[in-house]
Write a protein that binds this ligand. Structure first.
Ligand code: PRP
Length: 181
């Protein structure tokens, strides 16, 4: 058994190990710092999948950006299949009007969640609204959606770890891997 397959018995293989994730998140943090330098930015974690990525990304954003954090929660998945139904479970604490918002996601898949969420938030007139996702499954889109910041594009495989779950399990894995199904 190689060290990669030994990470967790539920994984077929590791797509991105800790070191690779750390390095890419550092790059994203630097890019966001350049883009929002001198501004106040509300970094919005989309619960729950974004939490691990968000925690690392926040610490990769430099002091040139005045960062606030907030969270929203929406629901779109049951098991491994997208239902297409989006429910808002938790809304922002403060109005997004006039603010620079950056939504943080673990994955964009069909694009339904972010399309719905960004449409809802845009109705509240933020100064700007962008999306940063760790993973992007571009070939699975049901609606066109292009996040501004993408950690990695991935093929159409069911991935878990680093915040991503299968029925609420495996979020704690320090890597992103393909689940054995
Ligand atoms: C995942 C992910 C996105 C959404 C992306 O959330 O965090 O919010 O699915 O899928 P889509 O592009 O097909 O809409 P999920 O509903 O699994 O909830 P979780 O973040 O709590 O795991």
């Amino acid at each position: 058994m190689t060290p990669q397959t030994a990470v967790h018995p539920a994984l077929n293989r590791v797509l991105f190990d800790e070191e690779t994730l750390r390095a890419r998140i550092k790059e994203l943090g630097a890019q966001i710092t350049r883009d929002y330098a001198g501004k106040r930015l509300v970094v919005v974690g989309v619960l729950k999948g974004s939490v691990i990525f968000l925690a690392d990304l926040l610490r990769a954003i430099g002091p040139a950006v005045d960062v606030e954090t907030d969270f929203v929660a929406v629901s779109s998945y049951a098991g491994t299949a997208s239902t297409g139904a989006i429910r808002t479970l938790l809304d922002l604490r403060q109005s997004p009007e006039g603010k620079h918002l950056l939504l943080i996601e673990d994955i964009v898949d069909t694009g339904l969640t972010l399309t719905s969420l960004t449409e809802t938030l845009r109705a509240h007139h933020p100064s700007s609204l962008e999306v940063c996702t760790l993973l992007d499954k571009t070939e699975c889109r049901k609606v066109p959606f292009t996040p501004k910041y993408v950690g990695f594009k991935i093929p159409n495989e069911f991935v878990v770890g680093f915040g991503l779950d299968y029925d609420e399990r495996y979020r704690q894995l320090p890597c992103v891997g393909v689940l054995k199904i």
